[in-house]
Ligand binder design. Structure first.
Ligand code: C2E
Ligand code: CA
Ligand code: CA
Ligand code: CA
Length: 279
């Protein structure tokens, strides 16, 4: 690691030492949490803008630490990436989402898409598609219902390798989304290179879409161009009815956000699905 080698003196300031220690501590904690089942997945519905129907769910990891309480993914995912533990954690996420889907299908619930978030580090492993294939096979998940969300920036590194992996996943029937679109370095023209199905517009644009007119224009352009490429567009972070109305006017296909539901535990999803199909 970074503490060895020529720069070790530079690195080993007390502050850095503290950071490094907390990294080591966290590494042990994540490992322990994996073994003790402290991680769970919550699910947030994705909604069809026109019909208001649920079309699927995004799985989001939750860590309820037995002493520290809830630790948000924004705190431990970057550290898990740094230590390499994201590989194990990511495998657990995909496996758990597939198992949950199988449990829902076995209960007789109508099958929905389940999306999982995959970090750049996972995607860039040459055996990633093979690993997913094994998980799908071992859990009995129908891959046609599995979706993988990849951030815009992660496909911008080692693009050729990413495209190869993405093609392998598509061949298995898995669908692909570009997450947090608009925050990274890619351009809309670049999207054509990628074998993707959905584009998720980052919530920072959506939230301020009616305050800053430039955001509204950007959203309009994103949706139009995505549609000319045959992609479906998801708006993230829809919290208010007037934002929903605005994205509907822009022909946005799907949305997620607190306006419909926060991410919730699996049993609450079951209640949502049942009440949705009774209407
Ligand atoms: P993301 O993939 O962009 O997920 C959307 C985040 O926005 C989630 O935060 C979600 O709870 C939140 N959100 C959804 N609707 C609204 C809304 O209307 N308003 C507001 N303010 N927030 C909303 P969360 O669950 O804390 O996750 C944060 C990030 O952590 C995710 O961003 C994703 O990058 C990462 N993450 C979460 N779970 C996983 C995982 O299993 N694997 C990996 N690699 N990353 C994950
Ligand atoms: Ca996501
Ligand atoms: Ca996102
Ligand atoms: Ca994000």
């Amino acid at each position: 690691g970074k503490v060895n080698g020529r720069n070790s003196k530079l690195f080993y300031t007390p502050k850095m030492n503290k950071m490094y220690n907390s990294l080591l501590l966290l590494e042990g904690e994540v490992n322990r949490a994996l073994n003790k089942n402290e991680f769970v997945l919550h699910y947030q519905p994705k909604i069809n803008v026109i019909t208001g129907d649920i079309i699927g769910f995004e799985a989001l990891i939750r860590w309820f630490h037995k002493e520290k309480g809830y630790i948000p993914p924004s705190e431990f995912i970057p550290l898990a990436e740094e230590t390499g533990l994201i590989i194990q954690l990511g495998e657990w996420v995909i496996t758990e989402a597939c198992r949950q889907h199988v449990r829902w299908v076995e209960k007789g619930l109508k099958p929905f898409n389940i999306a999982v978030n995959v970090s750049a580090i996972e995607l860039q492993r040459s055996d990633f598609a093979e690993k997913v294939k094994t998980i799908v096979y071992e859990t009995g998940m129908n891959p046609e219902y599995l979706e993988i969300e990849i951030t815009e920036n992660s496909v911008m590194q080692n693009t050729e390798d990413c495209i190869r992996t993405m093609n392998q996943l598509r061949l298995m029937g898995i669908s692909l989304s570009i997450d947090d679109f608009g925050t990274g370095y890619s351009s809309l023209g670049y999207l054509r290179k990628f074998p993707i199905n959905h584009l998720k517009i980052d919530q920072s644009f959506i939230k301020n879409s009616l305050i800053e007119s430039s955001n509204a224009e950007i959203i309009k352009a994103m949706i139009q161009i995505a549609h000319t490429f045959g992609l479906k567009v998801v708006a993230e972070g829809v919290e208010e009815p007037h934002i929903l109305k605005f994205i509907e006017e822009q022909s946005c296909d799907y949305y997620q956000g607190y306006y419909f539901s926060k991410p919730v535990p699996p049993d609450e999803i079951e209640a949502l699905i049942v009440s949705d199909s009774e209407i």
